[in-house]
Every structure is written in C-alpha cells, then in structure tokens.
Ligand binder design. Structure first.
Ligand SMILES: [Zn+2]
Length: 274
C-alpha cells in the first residue's frame, strides 16, 4: 500500500501538528476510513488516516479530495500513519475547486500529483517541491496548455537535479545537429554520437525544452501548437522514470480545441485573463 515503496521509520517525535498541504491521493482503508496522502509545506509527504470520512455526514471528507489545498491538523503517534483530526479549505480554494470540476484538467492534475507522490519521501520536508506543485496546479487552471504537464515534469526534474543538459551533445560537446535525448547519459546526442536506443528529438522540442528549463515558460506557452508538446511530456516522463525507476501513469494530453475538454479549458483560460 505504501506509495513510495520505502519503509517509513518510526517518528522521532509524537504529538499534534498542523500544516498547509496539497492532497496527492486517497485510498480506502476500512469501511468508513480513508488514507489521505498529502504534501505538506513544512512536513513533506504525510500519510494520514481520516476516520469516518466515507460517512455522508463526515466533517471534512469533501475537503480531502485529490488536488485540494487544505490547512490540516494531525496527530503523530508511533505508527506509520498519522491521524487527521481536522481539515479546512485553504487559500485559492475557488481555483483548485474549478480544477476538480473539469475532468480533463483533473486528469492532467492527477499526472502532476502522481509524479510528486513518486518523487517524495514521507516525513522529509520538500518546500521547493511543494511550491512547484502549488504553482503548477494553479497555472493549469489559469493557463491550461498542452505543455502544462510536460513543462511541470521537466521543472520537477530540474528541481531534483536530474534534468538532462539541453545545450550541447553530452558525448562530444557539439552545439548543433541534435537528433536524440540520451537520458541515461543526461543530455542531448548529436547525429554522430546518437546511441541506437535514445529517443529522437527535433529542433523545436530542443528549443521548447531550453525555454522551460531557462525559466522562459511563457515563451514556450506562446508558441503555436506544434509537435513539441507531446515530445516534451513523453521525454519528461522518461527522465523522471529513469530517476525514480518507476513507471508514471500519465493520461493523454489535453484534447484539441473544439473537443469538449479543450473548449472548457480554453474558456477557463479566457476567464482567467479578464
Ligand atoms: Zn556528439
């Protein structure tokens, strides 16, 4: 059941604590109880039991859905699971509530949440990752794009210090004629150095990756939609998979404009700009 696959050592303290946290995932524990996995701003990943949340009159069950932002109260005992004693919706509630009401966007958000879940260790503070996740979710609502998840995954890789070098060939230092991303060696490969199994990249993808990793995400988002978004996301998943050696489940990209999800996302983007 443990999401990180890493045994959790006994806590070095016990008692009540509070945190602001994003709900990463939930799963059923017993008839009326759920385990809630959260990323806390101060405490890192938290696994807590919410007792009775599956009953209809639960005090805080509805606030503990994935992608919710909550001010949470817990009790840390001697076991692996803390006990959730209270949860209140926290800041930017409307934004993230909108996210949970749009199934396409929610699917994209779940891909972000899962990546963060796999990357984090319980009871290990990760404030930069928390900030990145919160901003990623908020921008998914305010400026949904086919690049949203791909850019998020690459920025996560950058935060983890495992983003490949996208400036030169990792083998010979060449600065042109890139044809592949050699993830195992941590960088681009030129035409002469390409290992047979390395996934192909085109020039547009390299440009978009440079914009994302160089802090120029707005430039990347302003591009007309091309083939790069799909490649950026697929390669981002591969980079993180190599890092965590586990498979990420990533649902398909946001539908094209004109499909129900795309229209909804576009409309939301317009609203956010007004
Ligand atoms: Zn080379």
């Amino acid at each position: 059941m443990a999401s990180a696959g890493v045994p959790v050592s006994a806590p070095d303290w016990t008692g009540p604590y509070r945190d602001r946290a994003v709900v990463l995932r939930t799963y059923r524990l017993a008839e009326a109880d759920r385990i809630i996995v959260l990323l806390g701003r101060d405490h890192g990943k938290i696994r807590g039991v919410a007792k009775g949340v599956r009953r209809t009159r639960s005090r805080f069950g509805a606030r503990l859905e994935p992608a919710s932002l909550v001010d949470i109260s817990l009790w840390r005992g001697r076991g692996e699971l803390d006990t959730i004693t209270g949860a209140d919706s926290a800041g930017n509630v409307e934004q993230l509530t909108a996210l949970r009401e749009d199934l396409v966007l929610l699917g994209r958000a779940m891909a972000m949440l899962e990546a963060v879940d796999r990357l984090t260790l319980e009871r290990t503070p990760a404030p930069d990752l928390y900030d990145r996740l919160l901003r990623g979710l908020q921008s998914l609502v305010s400026h949904p794009s086919v690049l949203s998840v791909g850019a998020f995954l690459w920025r996560l890789a950058q935060l983890e210090g495992v983003a490949p070098d996208v400036e030169r060939c990792v083998h010979c230092g060449a600065v042109a004629e890139f044809v592949a991303l050699d993830i195992a060696h941590g960088g681009l490969a030129c035409r002469r150095c390409r290992p047979p199994a390395a996934p192909a990249v085109d020039a547009e993808t390299v440009t978009v990756l440079r914009e994302i990793l160089g802090g120029r995400l707005a430039d990347a988002l302003a591009r007309p939609e091309g083939t790069a978004a799909e490649a950026v996301e697929r390669l981002g998943v591969a980079v993180l998979e190599q890092h965590i050696e586990r498979r990420l489940r990533v649902p398909p990209l946001l539908g094209p404009v004109g499909a129900a999800g795309g229209r909804s996302a576009e409309a939301r983007g317009r609203r956010a700009h007004r």
